[in-house]
Design a protein around this ligand. Structure first.
Ligand code: FMN
Length: 212
């Protein structure tokens, strides 16, 4: 077994067996998520676990309607058709035994405060925010969760597609904690017997530059 097999084992799983995930496994995975790095250790995340089928179905209906509305706005038919074809990837959480909604809070950034109060121009302020450190921390936490889940034999899918209905989902879930908003979703369950092949990666030469 290779040292990094725990990484290569993960792939997005979009179909699950109809088996409940034990609560202690979910909590262990959330604990693993919280061991991710975060800027200035602000741990700007909160995880809402949803197992209630009615709530998940209602959420899928909300996302589906929002998706259709967005498709209707397309200025040309090919965009509309393409977007409608993607819908199944936005509502697949409907069939997941557990759904984890990941909320995030903006990074409290001292550099931004200093620059803003010091009268920095818009471009400088935009540049300092561009790395989106708060979103990076959420991504790190989600990845910990996904890798942990794969190591425990679970399948997951990292999802942000449904966030076009972010406000409506937030209202439905009813989770309120100052400054936190919906950043991502994670589906969790035991993978279906038929697991599709993971998409190939770009060759390393295309994504690596070494400066000696
Ligand atoms: C930020 C982010 C958002 C994603 N959102 C979705 C989504 O809404 N629906 C979906 O089916 N997959 C989603 N994915 C999964 C990607 O499609 C998937 O990671 C990619 O195709 C590579 O496949 P793999 O995860 O099996 O390696 C998302 C992945 C990331 C990192």
């Amino acid at each position: 077994m290779g040292k990094l097999d725990f990484i290569y084992k993960r792939q997005s799983i979009r179909k699950y067996k109809n088996i409940r995930v034990p609560r202690e496994d979910i909590m262990e995975l959330i604990k693993a998520a919280t061991y991710a790095p975060s800027p200035k250790h602000q741990q700007n995340w909160h995880f809402v676990v949803i197992e209630n089928r009615d709530l998940i179905n209602e959420m899928a209906d909300i996302v589906s309607r929002s998706h259709d509305r967005l498709a209707e706005m397309a200025k040309n038919e090919s965009d509309r058709e393409l977007y409608l074809k993607l819908k199944k990837y936005y509502i697949l959480f409907k069939d997941a035994p557990a759904l984890i909604i990941v909320y995030g809070k903006p990074y409290d950034m001292i550099e931004y405060k200093i620059l803003k109060e010091g009268g920095a121009d818009e471009e400088t302020l935009k540049d300092i925010l561009a790395p989106q450190s708060d979103a990076q921390a959420i991504g790190a936490a989600v990845e910990n969760f996904l890798l942990g889940a794969a190591a425990m034999g679970y399948g997951t899918c990292y999802m942000t597609g449904p966030t076009h209905a972010k406000r409506e989902i937030e209202e439905l879930v009813g989770f309120n904690k100052g400054g936190y908003s919906l950043m991502a979703m994670i589906t969790l369950g035991i993978p279906d017997d038929k697991v599709p092949q993971q998409p190939a990666r770009k060759p390393l030469e295309e994504v690596v530059t070494i400066i000696e």
